[in-house]
Design a binder for this molecule. Structure first.
Ligand SMILES: Nc1ncnc2c1ncn2[C@@H]1O[C@H](COP(=O)(O)OP(=O)(O)OP(=O)(O)O)[C@@H](O)[C@H]1O
Ligand SMILES: [Mg+2]
Length: 253
């Protein structure tokens, strides 16, 4: 058996009396796209927030390449090589691609002993990351990103997330939720490219068509529990839908 890149075991998380996660396991292997699906309130975002250190689990462990990760906050998770693209992307509309990609961590140079942002290096590095890690060439990299398409903005957000050298996992929360058909196609292609360049991906999505077009495996969450994990190649959307709503309801339908 191969060691998973990422393993979460027995994760429990309550908010007051509400049990948001109950004994949840997750395994992510090298070179795969794992989708997480489930109804509203099923616990998908909470599980991801435990992984990224936004929340602390009440119980359970997270292992990276077989070693305990001990993630207590956002910084720990970034340092452990877990990159996240949130649904709102977290970009600044008035800035161009490069300053968005390096936001808060711009390369500096010294002039007469004073630190300045090294814009030239930042642009060169940004274009290299976009080309090599995300697989896109932006037509207008120096224009403010407010004029970019949804797919181009997504590319900038992914470049920002994977910019650090040692990325072990990329987490994407609903990357196609607000996009048109063409932008969705582009973004699904970006996801495949990032994976093909060596980063395994956790993709949260409500759209089973998108999930079945990019994911290798699907983990279904229901009522805070892991309701099942299926191979995309060996199952149908109907199977996954059955796990999402539960067998009792499926029979009633
Ligand atoms: N900070 C919080 N405080 C209290 N309850 C919370 C908090 N975050 C999540 N919950 C609750 O935990 C449960 C799981 O929520 P979560 O956001 O993980 O669901 P989800 O699967 O991501 O749903 P959606 O598809 O709507 O994004 C819900 O009942 C939610 O109301
Ligand atoms: Mg959510």
């Amino acid at each position: 058996m191969k060691t998973p890149v990422l393993q979460m075991k027995g994760i429990c998380k309550s908010f007051g009396g509400l049990r948001a996660l109950i004994d949840v396991d997750l395994e992510l292997y090298d070179n795969e796209i794992l989708a997480i699906v489930g109804d509203n309130g099923a616990g998908k975002s909470t599980l991801i927030k435990v992984l990224t250190g936004v929340y602390q689990a009440d119980e359970g462990t997270t292992l990276l390449n077989g070693k305990p990760a001990n993630i207590k906050n956002r910084q720990d998770s970034l340092a452990a090589g877990i990159a996240t693209v949130y649904q709102n992307l977290g970009l600044v509309d008035s800035l161009a691609a490069a300053p968005n990609i390096f936001l808060g961590d711009e390369p500096k140079k010294r002039i007469l002993g004073l630190p300045f942002i090294d814009n030239k290096k930042m642009r060169i590095d940004a274009n290299r990351i976009l080309r090599e890690q995300v697989g896109v060439e932006l037509p207008n990299p120096n224009e403010p990103i407010r004029d970019y398409s949804g797919g181009q903005r997504q590319a900038v957000a992914i470049a920002r997330a994977v910019r650090a050298n040692d990325i072990h996992v990329l987490v994407m929360d609903e990357p196609t939720a607000a996009l048109g058909p063409e932008e969705t196609r582009h973004t699904l292609e970006l996801i495949r490219t990032v994976r093909s360049r060596g980063t395994p991906i956790i993709l949260i999505s409500h759209n089973l068509d998108h999930v079945f077009s990019v994911a290798d495996r699907v983990q279904v969450m229901r009522g805070g529990k892991n309701a099942g994990v299926v191979d995309v190649a060996k199952s149908t959307k109907q199977d996954v839908l059955g796990l999402i709503v539960g067998s009792e309801l499926m029979e009633a339908l």
